[in-house]
Design a protein around this ligand. Structure first.
Ligand SMILES: [Zn+2]
Length: 190
């Protein structure tokens, strides 16, 4: 299941009406309905059976304990190109989307254009901690997609032209592989 750009999970009692924008609903034996709500109807859902299990072409989740700094660095070392694209590659490590890649790079003070295969061990270690901090922050504010002021909730995402929370420099936006990233040109380095 993939949201692509928007949407959320919703848990409601079966006896209640379907949530607004429910695209898929799963009825559980305990009376709970698990729905996928997606205003823009972009989500992808595939149904697999035990006889035809999915082939998972994705790496371990970024929060999985098996993802150590050494593991992360070894995977990045095989990757050509900029670190931003590497963070979005779900085959490398899964679970990091465009917003959290930008936030993690800002937290780690790493430029989105820094080559993925040349980051020092110390910087990779800091980046992994920053990815986890950014994801944890997102989980703690799970209503983020439904608020109109979501830009206020992030350090760099969608904040081009605003001052950096850390150094005050004006945030810029760059596009790599069709995805844009806001970053601080002063405190994020190659
Ligand atoms: Zn800055």
């Amino acid at each position: 299941m993939h949201f692509l750009l928007d949407g959320d999970w919703s848990f409601t009692p079966l006896r209640e009406a379907l949530p607004r924008f429910a695209r898929v609903a799963i009825a559980l034996d305990d009376g709970t309905r698990v729905s996928i709500t997606d205003p823009r109807a972009l989500c992808l859902v595939r149904v697999h059976t035990a006889a035809h299990p999915p082939v998972l072409a994705i790496g371990p989740d970024a929060d999985d304990p098996s993802v150590t700094a050494a593991f992360f660095r070894a995977r990045l070392a095989r990757r050509r190109g900029a670190i931003k694209g590497a963070l979005l590659d779900q085959k490398l490590v899964a679970g990091i989307g465009n917003i959290y890649a930008a936030e993690a790079l800002w937290r780690a003070r790493i430029s989105p254009e820094a080559p993925a295969d040349s980051l020092s061990a110390a910087r990779v270690s800091r980046l992994l901690a920053s990815v986890r901090d950014a994801l944890a922050d997102g989980v703690a504010r799970a209503e983020r997609y439904r608020t109109s002021d979501r830009a206020d909730r992030f350090h760099v995402y969608d904040r081009e032209g605003e001052p950096c929370d850390r150094c005050g420099a004006t945030l810029r936006r760059l596009t790599q592989g069709g995805r844009s990233t806001c970053y601080c040109p002063r405190c994020q380095r190659h």
